[in-house]
Design a protein. Structure first.
Length: 393
C-alpha cells in the first residue's frame, strides 16, 4: 500500500513586527558574519529604506557592499551579474531588501555563488528536471537575511526564486528546501510609504497565494487554519492599507498574511492562476500581483465543481454571505472581485495592455512551460488556459 505523507517546508527564523529590520546587524554579528552584500532595488533605496539597514550593519561593525541594481521581474543576466558582484566583493553573507524581485535576485544569486564558478542561474531551473545543475549543499550557502518591503510575495519565507528568461519569454523557478532564507525580518514600518497601487497589487498576490494553496491538491491540514486566518486578515485590512497607507495595524496584518501565504505555497504549491499570471508578466509586462488579481476570480469559477467546500470557507473568511455550501462557494469569487474593485484595480486584461493576439501563445506557455497548475483542483489543458484568458480579456 502506497503511503501518503504530508510534506511541510517551514521558514527558518522569523522576526515580525515594527522595528524588526533594525536587528539585522546584531543578527549577522551573532552568526559570525563580517561582510554583508546588500541587494536592493533603486526604488527601495531612493525611498530611504536601505540607509537604516546599512546603519544597523555599521553599528554592529559589519562591512557592507550595497548592490542597488535589482530590476523588476529579474532576468537571467541581472541575477548572474549580482552573483558575479558578490564574488568580487568578497562578502560572506547576503541581505536582500525589497519586494519579490530583490528577494528573489538575492535568493537565486546565493545559489550560484555556492556552486561552481562557471554556474549560471538558467542551469539551475527546476523545469530542467535531472538535467538541472544540482543545488549546492546547505553548508556552502552564505547566510541570507531577507527583509521584505511589500506584503505580497512571501519570498522572505519561500524556497524558490522566480526568474524571467527573456529569450523564451517565460518565468522559471530555481531553489529547493535549502533555499529558504536563514532569517526573515518582516518590518511593517518599511511598508508605510508603499504607494496605493503596489499595496493593492502585492496584497492581491498574497491573497492569491492563500486561496490557491488552500484549494491545492496537496493535503497539508496543519496549515489550513493559518491560511483561512490570513485570508480573513487580507479581506479586512487590505482596503484599509490602500486607503490609509500609514495605518500601522493594517500594515502589520498584511505583513503577517503575506508571510502565511509564503509558508502556505512552500508546502501546498499553487494552481492555474499563477500558471496564467506568469506569462502575463513575461509577454505583456503586467505586474505580477495585478495579473493574479485579474485572473483569480475566473480560475475560482472554473475550479468550483472540484473545491466547493473549500471555496465556501474562503467566502466565509472574506466576510461573504451565509447560505448553503454551494451558494457560499459561488460567492467566493464575487467577494474577490468586490475586494479588487474596492482597492481600485482593473478587472480586464484589455485594460492593462494585453492584446488579444497574445492569448494563444500565453496559453501555450501557461500550460507547457509553467508547473503551477499541477496542483490545481480541477484538470486544465491549453484550451482551458486560452478560455480563461478570453474570459478575463
Amino acid at each position: 500500500m502506497a503511503m501518503h505523507t504530508a510534506y511541510y517546508i517551514f521558514p527558518d527564523q522569523v522576526h515580525l513586527g515594527f522595528g524588526a529590520a533594525h536587528l539585522v546587524g546584531q543578527i549577522l554579528k551573532a552568526e559570525g558574519g563580517q561582510h554583508a552584500f546588500v541587494i536592493a532595488d533603486p526604488g527601495v533605496a531612493s525611498a530611504g529604506l536601505v540607509a537604516p539597514i546599512l546603519a544597523s550593519l555599521a553599528e554592529a561593525g559589519i562591512a557592507h557592499t550595497p548592490y542597488i541594481q535589482v530590476i523588476p521581474n529579474p532576468d537571467c543576466a541581472s541575477v548572474d551579474a549580482a552573483a558575479d558582484a558578490y564574488r568580487t566583493s568578497e562578502a560572506d553573507c547576503i541581505v536582500g531588501i525589497g519586494g519579490g524581485s530583490a528577494l528573489d535576485t538575492a535568493k537565486a544569486a546565493r545559489i550560484i555563488v555556492a556552486g561552481p564558478q562557471e554556474g549560471r542561474v538558467a542551469e539551475y531551473a527546476y523545469r530542467l528536471g535531472d538535467k538541472a545543475r544540482p543545488h549546492p549543499p546547505q553548508s556552502r550557502l552564505p547566510f541570507y537575511v531577507a527583509i521584505p518591503t511589500t506584503a505580497g510575495t512571501g519570498a522572505e519565507v519561500t524556497p524558490w526564486a522566480v526568474i524571467t528568461d527573456p529569450d523564451e519569454r517565460l518565468k522559471f523557478g530555481v531553489g529547493g528546501p535549502h533555499s529558504v532564507p536563514n532569517m526573515a525580518l518582516i518590518d511593517p514600518e518599511l511598508m508605510l510609504t508603499l504607494p496605493a497601487f503596489l499595496t493593492a497589487a502585492t496584497g492581491m498576490d498574497a491573497l492569491t497565494h492563500c486561496i490557491e494553496a488552500y484549494v491545492s491538491t496537496n493535503e497539508n491540514p496543519a496549515l489550513d487554519p493559518m491560511i483561512l486566518q490570513a485570508i480573513a486578515q487580507i479581506g479586512r485590512s487590505l482596503p484599509i492599507a490602500v486607503a490609509q497607507p500609514a495605518n500601522r495595524a493594517a500594515r502589520r496584518d498584511m505583513a503577517e498574511a503575506a508571510m502565511i501565504g509564503g509558508i502556505a505555497i512552500s508546502s501546498k504549491w499553487l494552481g492555474a492562476c499563477h500558471a496564467l499570471a506568469h506569462p502575463l508578466s513575461s509577454f505583456a509586462n503586467v505586474q505580477h500581483g495585478l495579473a493574479n488579481a485579474i485572473m483569480l476570480p475566473h480560475v475560482m469559477r472554473y475550479n468550483l465543481p472540484d473545491a466547493i467546500e473549500r471555496y465556501a470557507r474562503v467566502n466565509d473568511a472574506l466576510g461573504g454571505p451565509a447560505g448553503t455550501t454551494h451558494a457560499r462557494a459561488e460567492s467566493a469569487a464575487l467577494m474577490v472581485e468586490q475586494l479588487r474593485h474596492g482597492i481600485g484595480l482593473p478587472a480586464r486584461l484589455r485594460d492593462v495592455g494585453v492584446s488579444e493576439s497574445l492569448i494563444a501563445p500565453m496559453a501555450r506557455a501557461a500550460y507547457e512551460l509553467d508547473l503551477n497548475w499541477w496542483t490545481n483542483p480541477r484538470a486544465v489543458n491549453v484550451q482551458v488556459m486560452a478560455q480563461l484568458y478570453r474570459e478575463a480579456f
